[in-house]
Design a protein around this ligand. Sequence first.
Ligand code: CMX
Length: 442
Amino acid sequence: TKSLKEAVAEVVPEKQEQLKKLKAEHADAPLGEITVSHLLGGMRGLKVMLWEGSVLDSESGITFHGKSIPDCQKVLPNADQIGGKGKEILPESMLWLLLTGKVPTPEEVKGLSQELAAKGKLPDYIEKIIDSLPKTLHPMTQFATAVAALNHDSKFAQGYSQGLKKADYWKPTLDDSIDLIAKLPAIAARIYYNVFGLGDGKQAIDSSKDLIANYSEMIGYGDNEGMIDYLRLYIAIHGDHEGGNVSAHTAHLVGSALSDPYLSYSAALLGLAGPLHGLANQEVLGWALAMQEAVGGGEASEEKIKEYLWSTLKSGRVVPGYGHAVLRQPDPRFTALSEFCKTRPELRDSSIVQLVQKVSQVAPGVLKEHGKTKNPFPNVDAASGCVLYQYGLTQFTYYTVIFGISRALGALPQLVMDRALGMPIERPKSMSMDSLKAFIKK
Ligand code: CMX
C-alpha cells in the first residue's frame, strides 16, 4: 500500500517526460485562431491552458482522467469499503484519482483518510481569526480569509524563501495542499457554528472516520446517513470541472506567481463566491423557495411553473442553475444528484426536490423560446441546494462554502502538477480598443 505522496512521486517523472515530448514534437502545432470576439467574449473556447485532472466535453460533460461520473461511482472506493458506512464516492478517492490518474485501493484511501484526520485540527490563531469576524460577514468571505491566513505555516513559502530548488517545488506544494484539504472541513464547520450557532463548535476529529463523516459530525449531521453520503457525492463530483472556470483558473493563475497553495486557493474561493459561478447554488434555492410559495411545491402545474420562469426572465434576471459556458447538454453532475434523490425516500417525497425536478423538465423549453442562452439545460447548481435544504441545512448563504470544500480536490492537484512541470507565470497579452484597431489595420 502506497501513501499519496509516494503515488504522486511515481507519476511526476511520467508527466515530465510527456511534457518534454509534447514540446519537442508539437510546439508549433496550431490550436485555433484568435479573433476579436474571443478577446471581447470572455475567451470562450480558447485552448490556452494545461489542466490534467479533468476534461469537459460540451456534449458528454465532465470526465476525470477519462472517467465519467458513473464510471467513478463504479470504481472509486466508498465508505463501505474502508470500514465506514455509505455507497457514494469518497472525496478522498476522487482526490487520489485527480492527483495521480490512478484508481486507489480501499487501503490507500483508508490511509489517506487517516492522514487527513491527523492534519485536520486548526491552529489556535486560525480559530481566533475566524471567531473575530462579524457574524454578518458572508460565510464565503470568512472562508477565504481563514484559508489565506493558513499561509502563516506554508511549507512552500518557507522552502522558497530558503532557496528550494525549482525541481522540488511540487513537494511542499503537495504537503501544503494536503494540509489545506484536511483543514477545510474544520474551517467550514467553525464558520457554520459562529454564524448560525449550529454544530457543537468543537470541530473534533475522529481518526477512524473519513473526511466527510467527520465534517458531518462537526456541523451536527453525524447521525444522518443520507446527508453524509450526499455530502460525499456532492463534494466528490464538484471537485474538478477542467481548468477554465473562474475558481480553478484563479488558483492556477495566482499559483503561477508562486503564491503558495493557501493564497492561491483563497483567491479561488473568492471567485467561487460570485453569483454566476459557485454562489448560483445559493441563488437557486432562494429562487426555488420563492417559486414554491408562488406556485406550490411538487404538485405545481406546468403552466404555473412556465409563468414563473417567464416572470423571472421578463424582470431581466437569469434563471439560476441553468446554462453553462461550455456544456450544451444537461450537466451529468445534475443527473448524478437527481439519481441520488431517487434512491432515498426522504428526498423522493420532498416537495422542494420534486419542484426542482419538475422545473428541470419545463425550463429548457422556456429558455429555448426565450432564445438567449446557448444552453437551456440545468447545471449542477440547479439540484444541489434543494437536497441540503430537505435535510434541514436551510442556511443557504452557507451552500457555496460546501462547494468550496470540494473545489480544492481539483484545483490543488493541478497546482502540484503546475510546479512539477515547471509551468511559467501566466501573462496573456491585453489590448486597448485603440491598439486593437491599429493592429487590425496592419
Ligand atoms: N437565464 C437567462 N438568461 C441566460 C441564462 C439563464 N440561465 N444563461 C445565459 N443567459 C443569457 C446570458 O445572460 C447572455 O445574455 P446577454 O447576451 O444579454 O448577456 C446570453 O444568454 C448568452 O449567454 P451564454 O453564452 O449562453 O452563457 P455564458 O457562457 O455567457 O454564461 C452562465 C454562462 C453559467 C454564467 C450563464 O448561463 C448564467 O448566468 N446562468 C445562471 C447562473 C448559473 O447557474 N451559474 C452557475 C454555473 C455553474 C457554476 O459555475 O457553478
